[in-house]
Design a protein around this ligand. Structure first.
Ligand code: S3P
Length: 224
């Protein structure tokens, strides 16, 4: 199951960029914010931009994805939400009806739909990179970023979170802790195949979320 790390992985560097002030906490989409980056105007590189966020449950993929979408003025897709709207079922219902194997097949099929869209930000489920050739496929399709957080932070977000996560149902907080640590060991070899890694362990308030977004722009070389 283990795979070697791709040599292109870059680690985020401290950025001196101050967090932006205009981002509202509601993340409603605007068509063209003042700092709209027209990705279609990039003559040097003809490839459409796809920023694909991966990482464990509770790392903040959706939070960062929405905030970056707002900044860049390009659409954001959460793969779980996409699956639910395409299948007219919740992720939990799909797990209940088809089991995890069935869910993974649906997830792969839906990944192949969203990752064809151009100039988008996509956040994947925590397990997406770890099944089939999904990680290689995502690396071929776009700029993959591993949002990395330590188990304590993931645990804090997951026990407080309201989302229904089938893999965590009926587990006590102690069992969730053990589960996260065990799963991270198995999943990290896949996550670290991402082209970039951004440490988001300290992303516990609005300013820090904004700082993570700025660091991500810097990593991806998308400047203001
Ligand atoms: C899963 C993560 C979930 C969702 C499903 C399975 C996983 O997404 O896809 O419950 O295997 O880690 P989030 O990472 O968005 O919670």
């Amino acid at each position: 199951m283990l795979q070697s790390q791709n040599g292109r992985n870059k680690t985020e560097k401290a950025s001196s960029v101050e967090s932006k002030k205009y981002l509202s906490t509601t993340y409603e989409r605007v068509d063209r914010p003042p700092n709209f980056v027209d990705m279609t105007d990039n003559k040097a590189e003809k490839r459409p931009l796809r920023i694909i966020l991966i990482g464990y449950m509770g790392a903040g993929k959706t939070t960062v994805g929405k905030a970056l979408s707002k900044e860049l003025g390009i659409p954001f897709y959460d793969l779980d939400w996409y699956i639910e709207s395409r299948m007219y079922k919740t992720v939990k219902q799909i797990f209940d009806e088809k089991g995890e194997d069935g869910f993974r097949k649906v997830e792969q099929a839906m990944l192949h739909e969203v990752a064809e869209f151009e100039n988008v930000i996509i956040s994947c489920g925590g397990g997406t990179p770890c099944f089939f050739d999904n990680m290689d496929y995502m690396n071929a399709q776009g700029e993959t970023v591993y949002l990395k957080a330590v188990p304590e932070v993931l645990h804090g977000h997951l026990v407080m979170g309201k989302s229904v996560r089938p893999l965590l149902l009926n587990k006590t907080p102690e069992e969730v802790d053990v589960f996260i640590r065990e799963q991270l060991k198995l999943r990290e070899p896949f996550y670290t195949k991402a082209k970039y890694t951004l440490d988001v362990s300290l992303m516990d308030n609005y300013e820090k979320i904004q700082l993570s977004v700025e660091k991500l722009r810097h990593l991806l070389n998308i400047e203001n």
